[in-house]
Write a protein that binds this ligand. Structure first.
Ligand code: UD1
Length: 326
């Protein structure tokens, strides 16, 4: 039986990958899944749906911090694929708390790659970040553009890409880096000021309170639905010819924050004016992925329009709020 490891598997993206890995219809369901998560931003309840499906025996949660390299070695040993998503996310958090952010995102990533190489793992799929591009002169952002990181988070994620590529060229470990573009969807935790903007927008929409938009709201993002990104991670775990490379994992569109807040109000049939605050340090102005390489080389084919993704996400928050007060 194959072994899959998902670091950060109790997070909202990681737990979506876990569910897909158990899905025979998705071409998986052929192995055990080891989740490595310190539950700093992830939650055990994100894996609950998996329990509900009666396949708990195939999923084990290991409460391990990726800063603990020695603990990773036996967990990763002999795995078919390691999906490395564990990180301390957030651009502003990396500015306010640079030390833990550096230690987890850089040292932790090194530990994962090192344990994977040592344990003869077949492939590591690494969650890189679109923040590595910084402010580019043209859109969409293509993989060949020079990176221009604007924040510690962006530097850390970029360094992880470099390490992944070098572990391939120097140690023969198959690695693929995917630059995630503002992923959103069910289970994204809205409880922190560092939470992703769409989870915060959803929370305000349902509570009928005003969200705060940092800056003029004209900044744009290529918001990508979580299932599309998780699906791409699975494709990247099996594609040929992508070893040692980096790909955009985006949707190929972009919306300003003002447009998204307008759209959400229309979907919900309410009118709530947003508050505006000062722009955030390290913020990128515009973000939009060129998806050609991911489509041709990995088979990336996003399924969800922004309207579909927002509606599904909103329904999930409504249900979660009704059942557990998320
Ligand atoms: C960045 C990366 C993204 C990565 C994420 C991890 C870019 C372009 N994207 O996202 O790939 O996954 O880090 O954390 O760098 N905002 C508000 N009000 C709020 C919260 C946020 O206006 O209450 C604004 C932010 O200032 C920003 C936008 O919304 O302009 C998106 O913020 P956020 O969701 O935190 O993600 P990014 O920093 O864009």
């Amino acid at each position: 039986m194959k072994k899959y490891v998902v670091t950060g598997g109790a997070g909202f993206i990681g737990s979506t990958i876990v569910r897909m890995l158990l899905d025979k219809q998705a071409g998986f369901g052929d192995g055990s899944v080891e989740v490595v998560d310190n539950l700093l931003t992830g939650h055990e309840h994100n894996l609950e749906e998996v329990r509900g499906r009666g396949v708990l025996n195939n999923v084990t949660l290991h409460k391990v911090d990726i800063r603990d390299g020695a603990a990773l070695v036996p967990l990763l040993d002999g795995a078919d694929t390691v999906f490395h998503l564990a990180a301390i996310p957030s651009v502003p958090r990396s500015i306010h708390e640079p030390v833990p952010s550096h230690e987890v995102n850089i040292n932790g990533t090194f530990n994962v790659l090192q344990a994977a190489a040592q344990g003869k793992v077949r492939r590591v799929v690494y969650a890189a970040s679109s923040s590595a591009y910084g402010d580019t002169e043209v859109l969409p952002k293509t993989e060949s553009m020079a990176p221009r990181p604007k924040s510690p988070y962006a530097v850390q994620k970029l360094l992880g890409e470099y390490y992944a590529s070098v572990f391939h060229s120097c140690f023969g470990l198959e690695t693929v880096a995917l630059r995630f573009f503002n992923v959103y969807g069910p289970r994204q935790d809205p409880s922190s000021p560092y939470s992703g903007v769409l989870s915060l927008f959803m929370k305000h929409l349902l509570a009928h309170t005003q969200p705060t938009i940092f800056g003029d709201g004209g900044q744009s993002r290529d918001f990508t639905y979580v299932e599309d990104v998780a699906g791409l991670c699975l494709k990247a775990s099996r594609a040929k010819g992508c070893e040692g490379k980096m790909y955009n994992a985006g949707n190929g569109g972009r919306y300003t924050l003002n447009q998204i807040w307008d759209l959400l109000q229309k979907i919900e049939g309410v009118q709530i004016a947003a508050k505006y605050g000062p722009p955030r340090a390290g913020d990128v102005r515009d973000s939009m992925a060129d998806t050609v390489s991911a489509a041709t080389e990995l088979g990336h084919a996003p399924q969800f329009t922004i309207e579909q993704g927002l509606k599904k996400t909103l329904e999930w928050y409504r249900m979660a709020e009704a059942t557990s007060g998320v």
